[in-house]
Design a protein around this ligand. Sequence first.
Ligand SMILES: *Cc1c(COP(=O)(O)O)cnc(C)c1O
Length: 408
Amino acid sequence: MFYINENFLRLQDSYLFSTIAKKVSKFQEENPDKKIIKLGIGDVTKPIVPAVLKAMHKAVDEIGTSEGFKGYGPEQGYDFLRKAIAENDYKGLNIDESEIFVSDGAKCDCGNIVDIFDENSKIAITDPVYPVYLDTNVMGGRSGEFNKETGKYENIVYLPVRSENNFVPELPKEKVDVIYLCFPNNPTGTVLTKEELKKFVDYAKENKVLILFDSAYEAFITEPNIPHSIYEIEGAKEVAIEFRSFSKTAGFTGVRCAFAVVPNELFGYTKSGEKVSLNKLWNRRVTTKFNGVSYVVQRGAEAVYSEEGRKEIKENIKYYLDNAKIIREGLKEAGFTVYGGVSSPYIWLKVPDGMKSWEFFDMLLEKANVVGTPGSGFGPCGEGYFRLTAFGTKENSIEAIRRIKEVM
Ligand SMILES: *Cc1c(COP(=O)(O)O)cnc(C)c1O
């Protein structure tokens, strides 16, 4: 008899994006003349920049020659890319190449890292949250049942992130083993200052807690005193794994390349109190289950750090941030309370009093023909909020705001 992993049955079907798609296509069918603007997507739209393309083309030609052919590469990534990451992203932070693991995505890394957790590890996530952190732990059996009334899983610790606490999560009140943090945050677009993040690092040191820090959006940071890496905080190498990705930074959502940093100073413990290097554990996991990112893609990622690449990518990020400003300022003028959108491509708005996130979605679709994402889809504390993204075109961002102003 084949028994399944019944933890999967606890997962709640995510109706979020499929419900949005259904509602949008139904509206379009009934209103074929209406031009719908989609500001719901969390995907970039600008093409791959020339410097990266050039490097990838060159690599393609190289592997077509006997001298340049590449078979299996190192599972952890080629030295040239690990070195470029250490020297550029972690300049002055003393991160060694051996601490960097190149991968095909931060989503996969965040999901796979649970392999090294104890099956009973107590997990803390922020609420609202990027669903991957939660669902992968549910699959791994680290949650209890889903409570339909609260919208939460039993045995998972939820740290609210909302206007009442200025979108700064409080330290967990109960004992936890792992804390997931993502800043600049998806979906709220808000950030943590160095002092705010330091509280988590200090807490983790004191309580031997592992922090998983997702900095997929660090390239969007425009404000001072906002850490790009958790390793800017003293002592963080002893408590934190960091995830980064070329997806939002360099438009690699389709090309696929990311990395995890697992410092050599980072340890976990066995039940008998023995210290075990997480870098060694993760290395074992990666070499066993992964065969590396393609050479061509890694050469493309390396070019992100070239002078040309850097300049070109900066322009794209500026384009998205300009859209974010258009949306943020426009919404304010329309009378909304808005968060995020300064060091992030996400704008998180408070829906009008007395409205639910989904009601606001329907209203915006029907009256302004603008699509966003209901905050309640990211967790119970997202109720009453709504996410718009700056990944569209400038023209559409302007037009969307014009329409929203008209109907408010
Ligand atoms: C987009 C995103 C990522 C990047 O995922 P990839 O698999 O590298 O494309 C990671 N974390 C968050 C929170 C994201 O929104």
